[in-house]
Design a protein around this ligand. Sequence first.
Ligand code: NAD
Length: 94
Amino acid sequence: MTPLRVGVVGAGKISGQYAATLTGLADVEVTAVADLDRARAQAFAAAVGGAAVRTLDDLVTADDVDVVLNLTVPAAHADVAFAALAAGTHVSGE
Ligand SMILES: NC(=O)c1ccc[n+]([C@@H]2O[C@H](COP(=O)([O-])OP(=O)(O)OC[C@H]3O[C@@H](n4cnc5c(N)ncnc54)[C@H](O)[C@@H]3O)[C@@H](O)[C@H]2O)c1
């Protein structure tokens, strides 16, 4: 089966649980991550075994992202979700 390719936006506290869960799913691949704090994004990328660290704009328009997983703070949820939808990408919000 072709894996579902996930781009994660927001690499804060809750992202650790997502990293653990997503890396245990055979049909899911985390391909990209974005965070305003690049060091957090880099740490998350390492935790999932390698994902591209991108800006939000680059992540939502990337060819290797099927769905955006929005793990940002509530105040940023709408902006991130609309950016994904405007790019024609599915989005799921925490
Ligand atoms: N921490 C928990 O135990 C917990 C439990 C259940 C649900 N949640 C939910 O998960 C979501 C995230 O919570 P958290 O505790 O991980 O928060 P957090 O503050 O630890 O992390 C949020 C991350 O999002 C990043 N971010 C904010 N705006 C951004 C933007 N515009 N673009 C890119 N990155 C951005 C921040 O830099 C930060 O790294 C919230 O909606 C929260 O309610 C958290």
